[in-house]
Write a protein that binds this ligand. Sequence first.
Ligand SMILES: O=C(O)c1ccc[n+]([C@@H]2O[C@H](COP(=O)([O-])O)[C@@H](O)[C@H]2O)c1
Ligand SMILES: Cc1cc2nc[nH]c2cc1C
Length: 347
Amino acid sequence: MKAINTETQQAAQERQSQLTKPMGSLGRLEDLAIWFSGRTGNDTPKRLQAAICVFAADHGVAAEGVSAFPAEVTAQMVVNFINGGAAISVLARENNMSLSIVDVGVKSDYPTPNTSHGKLFRSPVCAGTANLRITAAMTEAQMNKAWQIGAGSAMHAVENNKNLIIGGEMGIANTTAAAALICALTGASPEDIVGLGTGIQAGAHAHKIQVVKDALIRAKSAGAVTAFDWLREVGGLEIAALAGFYTAAAEAGVPVLLDGFITTAAALVAVKANPAVGEWLLASHVSQEQGHRSALAALNLTPILDLGLRLGEASGAAIAFPIIQSALTLHREMATFAEAGVAAGAM
Ligand SMILES: O=C(O)c1ccc[n+]([C@@H]2O[C@H](COP(=O)([O-])O)[C@@H](O)[C@H]2O)c1
Ligand SMILES: Cc1cc2nc[nH]c2cc1C
C-alpha cells in the first residue's frame, strides 16, 4: 500500500496558512485540500476526474419481506440507470462524472437499453445470493469472483486516469445484508443498526431486526470469524464487489469517496481485511438509515453532508463531489497574502 506523502501534506497545510483568508475560515474544505495533498503527493492537487461504478445485485433475503419494494426493481433500475432517468444518471451528467453500471448478480432478466447514459457491464456471478437467514449468502468462490470484478472496475478507472473512485449500489434488500455485516464487524446490536431501508413499516422493521439476529446466530455457529467469513455468510455480491473495488483503489493510491449505508458496510469489510485501506477513504454523507452514523464512526470517518438522503446508487457521493472539487480549486487558485498585497493577520 502506498504511504501518505507527509511532505506534500505539510506543504499544503503551509499554503493554506498563506491564502488570502483568515486561517481556518474555509473549515473542512481546508482539511480536504490537505488530505488530497497527502494522498496525491502533490501540494496543489489537480482537478478531480471521478469515476462512478454502481454495482447491482439481488438478495435471497428479499423473500423474508424485509424491503418495501419487490426484488424485480433491481433489474428495472439497472435499465433506468442506462436510460438516464435515475438520480445517479442525472447527477453524473450534471457533474461530468463517468458512470458504469456493473451487474454482479441481478436475478431478473432485463433488456440491454440502446441508450448510453452509462456503460453497462453484464458480469453476473450468479442470480443473486441465497437467503442469509437460513444459509450462507454466497460460496467462497462466488464471493471471490464478485470481489475480483470490483477490483477490476477500480483498476479500469485508474487506467483511464480517474483520480477519485466512487462506488454505488443497487440491490433490493441490501440494507438487511449491510446491517448484518455492520453488527458482525462492530459488535453493535441489530436494534441500533437495522433501519427502514426503502421505507418499511414498523411491523416489517421488527421482523427485519429478527432476520438479522437469526443470520448472525446462524453464521456464528457456522464458524464465521474473519471479515471474509462474515461477507460470505451475510453479505451480498455487490457488497463484495464494492469491498474489492475500494481495496484495489487504495492499493493503487487513488482516493475513494463513500456513499451511504451499504457502501460503508463494504468499506468496513475492506478495512477489517486490510486496515491500510482506511487511509484512502472519505465519507460523503450520513444517510437516514439508522446505523450509518455508527458505521462511519467505526471507520473514524466524518461525513461531509447530512441531508437525510437514503437512496444509494452513489447519489450522496455525487452530491458531495462539487464541494470537494471546490475545496481543491480554492487551494490551487486562491492568491497568497504576498501575491495579493494583502496584510496577513497575527497568527
Ligand atoms: O445508501 C443508503 O444509505 C441507502 C439507505 C436505504 C436504502 N438504500 C437503497 O435502497 C435499496 C435497499 O433498501 P431495502 O429496503 O430494499 O433494503 C438499495 O437499492 C439501496 O441502494 C440506500
Ligand atoms: C425505486 C428505487 C430506486 C433505488 N435506487 C437505489 N435503491 C433503490 C430502491 C428503489 C425502490
